[in-house]
Write a protein that binds this ligand. Structure first.
Ligand SMILES: Cc1cc2nc3c(=O)[nH]c(=O)nc-3n(C[C@H](O)[C@H](O)[C@H](O)COP(=O)(O)OP(=O)(O)OC[C@H]3O[C@@H](n4cnc5c(N)ncnc54)[C@H](O)[C@@H]3O)c2cc1C
Length: 380
């Protein structure tokens, strides 16, 4: 036995790691410290939950007590870790120091909020957790007009869910292209058109510079165009890994906590997994990648043979009227080529050696997903 394991965070990454670790090792003491109530839920269900008007408790898959019993772990909810003491191998937390021999940081990410001026900036909301969801649902009751700041995948899905529930929705995207600038031009334009046909006011190339409190709501000032009066403003432009604990402890941090090919930070006994972690310049933020890398890390921690699951990053947009799949290419020189017809758009990214490295398909073209994915995998 290599000593106790402490996991900070009870999101998809923290609990996937716990589950996979227990498959290999039934005995090593494991403690999970988490700032929230420790309930397991899927963030993907937050948007679907809004669309179907589900209560926060409906989205809970298992409580902290149930998981502690199932995985024979000590789970400490409402315990926000304040500091990592690497010298003494302890965590500073309410209730006293917690010793660790191996530490896994699974602290996730928070919503990135654009830099704004104005008297209403502290009223900008985000939905990054189940408690945010509960708060947002209460705030939406009796309101009608919502502004979303950012055309990320979650922003597009949220806009669609809100408009289907009768809200007037304005979606602002400063980068000119949806999916936080990741979609190629024709795909982004077709998606924007579909959202507009559904009743969403899409403001492309139009970031928001200021939010002011007004009688009757919040006034949103875009960089171009007239101000708009709404009831609620939500930040949906993307995420920022929560890496402060690691940074303050002197670990290497870029956008996220930097880990090597064995998910190890710059301290050999500290690991990071999930949306707080960055490997080879990329944050691990897609649910499938988080689950696969948690499995990989569990094998490493248990001394089992492990192969890095490194798979192409595939995101699907779950809109009934506009199926879309993006397989984002790595950051290599190359170019997008797009072909559009009445039924859909097909875009492929080829590197400068002529190899297919990514694609975006929309509408009828999504039927090509498996074939294109197989080609990307074969050319890696
Ligand atoms: C604003 C936002 C919206 C998103 N929307 C979606 C969506 O609609 N669909 C989707 O599939 N994915 C969505 N994602 C991505 C999603 O977060 C990831 O796919 C995945 O759920 C991240 O899992 P995680 O375990 O890394 O982080 P999280 O699920 O965020 O878990 C982090 C955990 O760390 C704990 N924690 C943080 N700091 C501390 C501390 N100091 N001490 C103790 N505990 C701490 C938190 O309490 C939490 O338990 C969204 C992400 C964000 C930020």
């Amino acid at each position: 036995m290599e000593g106790n394991l402490v996991i900070v965070g009870s999101g998809l990454a923290g609990y996937s790691l716990l589950r996979e670790f227990r498959r290999f090792d039934a005995h090593t003491p494991v403690t999970v410290l988490t700032a929230d109530d420790g309930a397991a839920y899927s963030k993907g269900d937050l948007v679907a939950g809004l669309a179907r008007d589900r209560r926060p408790s409906d989205l809970v898959i298992a409580t902290a007590e149930q998981l502690a019993f199932r995985y024979q772990a000590r789970i400490q909810p409402f315990t926000r870790v304040m500091r990592i003491d690497r010298g003494n191998r302890t965590l500073e937390a309410p209730g006293g120091a917690v010793p660790w021999q191996r530490l896994v940081l699974a602290t996730g990410a928070q919503a990135a909020v654009p830099r704004l001026r104005g008297t209403g900036t502290n009223r900008v909301l985000s939905v990054a957790s189940l408690s945010d969801y509960a708060y947002l649902k209460a705030e939406l009751a009796g309101r009608r007009r919502v502004a979303l700041l950012g055309g990320s995948r979650w922003g597009c899905e949220l806009a669609d869910a809100l408009v289907r529930n009768g809200y007037e929705v304005h979606l602002f995207e400063a980068q000119g292209r949806l999916f936080s600038g990741a979609l190629p031009g024709l795909c982004s334009a077709r998606l924007a058109r579909t959202l507009e046909r559904g009743g969403i006011h899409v403001h492309l190339d139009s970031g928001v510079q200021r939010v002011d409190r007004e009688v009757g709501g919040l006034k949103v000032f875009p960089y171009s165009g007239d101000p708009i009066l709404v009831d609620l403003v939500l930040a949906t432009q993307g995420t920022e890994p929560r890496a402060d604990l690691a940074r303050e402890a002197g670990l290497a941090v870029g956008r996220g906590i930097q880990v090597d090919g064995r998910m190890t930070s710059s301290d050999p006994d500290v690991f990071a997994v999930g949306e707080c972690a960055e490997m080879q310049g990329r944050v691990i933020n897609l649910p499938e990648d988080i689950e696969a890398s948690s499995k990989y890390l569990a094998a490493i921690l248990c001394g089992r043979p492990a192969r890095w699951p490194g798979q192409p990053r595939v995101e699907a947009l779950n809109l009934p009227d506009c199926p879309l799949v993006l397989c984002a290419p790595p950051k290599v020189p190359g170019e997008w080529q797009e072909r559009a017809d009445r039924d859909g758009v097909r875009a492929t990214f080829t590197d400068d050696r002529g190899r297919l490295r990514g694609f975006a398909i929309l509408g009828a073209a999504v039927s090509e997903r498996d074939r294109l994915l197989a080609e990307v995998e074969a050319k890696r």
